[in-house]
Ligand binder design. Structure first.
Ligand code: ZN
Length: 131
């Protein structure tokens, strides 16, 4: 069983991954000027693009639904991955070899900033669909 991924390796994956390349696999991006890009948000229904990606900062943000984050939180949300799974997926893409800290030997665990995707298997609420 794998332990926790080392922080250095997570940082390396974040650094090597190009957020615009990752997002482009899901969203068609157009230049929005000023070095940022925009497209139709994959997280809510819209006709005009309010989903912005800023590669220089490695961040994305949707002005329509207020979702935002970095490349890892994007993968977590769009593929419903856990934090570790999103790191592993990106590591495979960016050829970063992940090293794991054995459970029990790690420093006190810091929770990843976003606790959106937990391992519990909650289906997404469908209450957003209004008649
Ligand atoms: Zn949105």
């Amino acid at each position: 069983m794998a332990g926790r991924i080392r922080d250095e390796d997570i940082a390396e994956v974040r650094e090597r991954a190009k957020i615009d390349d990752v997002v482009r696999e899901y969203v068609t991006l157009k230049s929005a000027g000023g070095g940022s890009m925009k497209g139709l948000c994959p997280f809510h229904d819209e006709r005009s693009p309010s989903f912005h990606v800023t590669p220089s900062r490695g961040m994305w943000y949707c002005f329509g639904c207020g979702e935002g984050g970095d490349v890892l939180s994007f993968l977590q949300k769009i593929d419903h991955l856990s934090f570790a799974e999103s790191v592993e997926k990106l590591a495979a893409k960016t050829n970063v070899e992940l090293r794991y800290v054995a459970p029990g030997l790690s420093r006190p665990t810091r929770q990843p900033r976003s606790s959106i995707a937990t391992s519990s298997n909650h289906p997404r609420p469908r209450s957003a669909v209004n008649s």
